[in-house]
Design a protein around this ligand. Structure first.
Ligand code: FE2
Length: 340
């Protein structure tokens, strides 16, 4: 394994006693950002590519269209409503991939948990047909309520038609016999031996398929990846055809790296697909932003599977009628204007 792949904290076993995923300086860094809000530090490292951009020229008559969304966070006892712009963006997709952060349960709340209501299933079903909607469980909240409650939660999702992955039992999903999406997390708030460790993701690569890494990684409320994250992404592009990340609760650039004559997609973080809390009463309103990303994958002129055109938009959740939250497309990201 490339040494650059080892320099990023693995806390699936080693976790903070505060039921946070962080220790030591990562814990200090997290608390500082929680209090101060998001930072645009490291802006010089990476820039966004345009919202509509052709990474490579495809030769496929009908490439697959996959929409990726970020962290599906809970709404603090309220319902999630999907805005019409997002439905329109997603409606011509062949598949949708999202990160289901948390557990559907009525058990008593725990410190820093993510506890979803059953309504989240109706909301996601209204967004896209569950049979082609794949939900990764490889994130820092799958251990919140323990294995037994987690299993009940994924059974509720699967009984509704969704496919879950990112677990030790099902680390990846294959699409149309040509694409493999492998999920892994670098963080966990609590002990969790049943989800895929980020550092184990290369072992699930199938060299005959186009392998996409769907990674729960990075640092919270950073609007740009630091140098180590950029190095890590480059190292993993040795193995993967594309990387799409999440966990930072702030969107980070959609961009690409040139690699042996092709352009490899890197979406550093899609931020939060949904987020509901008592904002604007508290500083958690900074957590409500994300990106939706549409990716065409097909054969290029040399007959290799590759990413063609991508389209992306910023999104935000905000309070809505009947005590719910709605997620909608927005033009610009207010937190990018913030001065550190
Ligand atoms: Fe997370």
């Amino acid at each position: 394994m490339n040494s650059k792949k080892k320099n990023f904290g693995n806390v699936l076993q080693k976790r903070s006693r505060f039921s946070l995923p962080y220790y030591g300086k990562d814990l200090v860094k997290w608390y500082y950002r929680f209090v101060r809000g998001p930072t645009t530090k490291s802006k010089e490292n990476i820039q966004y590519i345009p919202k509509r951009f052709a990474l490579n020229i495809l030769d496929s008559k009908k490439p697959l269209t996959i929409v990726f969304i970020g962290d599906i966070m809970e709404l603090k006892e309220r319902d999630l409503v999907i805005g019409n712009g997002i439905r329109e963006f997603i409606k011509n997709a062949d598949y949708v991939i999202g990160n289901f952060e948390g557990t559907i349960t009525n058990e008593a709340r725990l410190y820093m948990d993510q506890r979803h209501k059953l309504q989240i299933i109706d909301a996601l079903t209204s967004l896209f047909q569950p049979e082609q909607f794949f939900l990764s469980m490889a994130n820092n909240h799958s251990g919140d309520f323990g294995r037994s409650t987690f299993r009940k939660s994924i059974k509720l999702l699967e009984d509704s038609g969704f496919t879950t992955f990112g677990t030790i039992d099902r680390p990846f999903v294959d699409i149309a016999d040509t694409i493999r999406i492998i999920a892994g997390t670098a963080w966990s708030n609590r002990p969790c031996e049943y989800i895929v460790n980020f550092f184990d993701t290369p072992r699930y690569i199938n060299p005959d398929l186009f392998n996409i890494l769907y990674a729960h990684w990075g640092y919270e409320l950073y609007c740009y990846p630091n140098k180590e994250m950029v190095q890590l992404a480059k190292a993993y592009l040795d193995d993967f055809g594309a990387i799409i990340g999440h966990h930072s609760h702030a969107p980070q650039p959609v961009t690409y790296e040139k690699y042996n004559g092709i352009n490899k997609l890197v979406g550093y973080s899609l931020g939060d697909f949904s987020y509901g809390d008592d904002y604007p009463k508290n500083n958690l309103e900074n957590y409500r932003y994300g990106i939706i990303l549409k990716v065409q994958v097909g054969e290029d002129v040399k007959g290799h599977m590759n990413v063609g055109e991508i389209i992306w938009e910023f999104i935000a959740s905000h309070p809505y009628e009947n005590d719910s939250f709605i997620v909608e497309i927005i033009d610009t990201l207010p937190i990018l204007e913030k001065k550190d």
